[in-house]
Design a protein around this ligand. Sequence first.
Ligand SMILES: C[C@](O)(C(=O)O)[C@H](CC(=O)O)C(=O)O
Length: 306
Amino acid sequence: MAQLKGAAQLRKYLADPDKIVVCPGVHDGLTARMALNVGFDALYMTGAGTAASRLGQPDLGLTTVDDMATNAGMIAGLDRNVPVIADADTGFGGPLMVARTTEKYILQGVAAFHIEDQVTTKRCGHLRGKELVDVNTYCARIRAAAAARKEMGSDIMIIARTDSLQSLGYEEAVRRLKAAVEAGADVAFLEGMTTKEDMANVVKDMAPTPCFLNMVSGGVTPLVNADEAKRMGYKIVIWPLAGMTAVYLGMRDFCRELKSTGEIKERYTEDGKIDGGVGDCFELCGLSKCGEFDQMVGGTSFAKGA
Ligand SMILES: C[C@](O)(C(=O)O)[C@H](CC(=O)O)C(=O)O
């Protein structure tokens, strides 16, 4: 099958010794467009944000593979030059299901995805009480993903995530990540780290496998900026709640304002233009480009402007 560009681009970034890929978390078309507009190298499709925005539910393994894959595919399709790294939770079932999940993510044009070792009734990696599958079940998930990738002739990257630090400790978590790399994973993701010591050590212990860092606002892992993550040796850092928290804060304020005053006052830019109005939102989503395309192919929808 024809290779989509995302995975190849992400592989190039990872091969660059000077680069760390910083990804804002996005969960829908608008948050993805906002991030693309700012010019990030790659985006992260958050499972927590997908559950919250699509289902209005917490991150408890309630999304189906189709909720996640179609969301990831829509986001990946907005700009094929920008790789999308997507959450794939536990792979959504046994090895056969993980293979199907991998196939779906490949067909949706996802560049990389992570699979973890929690039970299918999983929860956010920063909550207490996570339960795990055994290491063989975990490795079968990773092998299933790698086999499906091979079968499809794809270069999608597989990120092995382990949630075992919380209950089994650092040594076992690293053993699991090493077993996952042996089973075909390209990148290691130690979830729920609580100390900078573990954050620095895992990069050294997993070398030469590139490591992935998860910066969750209000989570258990100490937050570090991109420079510090790079100095520690990380190759990818995600801020999964960038979009979700922005929507949470922004929508909360707008709703409070409307409820208490009966209106939402315009916001203005420094040069006096309305900021974030309907025109800005449509333009962000490609209104002008739609008009240009329509005209180019001889359509008439925009003959009278828009
Ligand atoms: C990275 C993550 O898998 C996500 O869904 O974005 C979550 C983030 C969160 O729920 O805070 C996780 O860390 O489990």
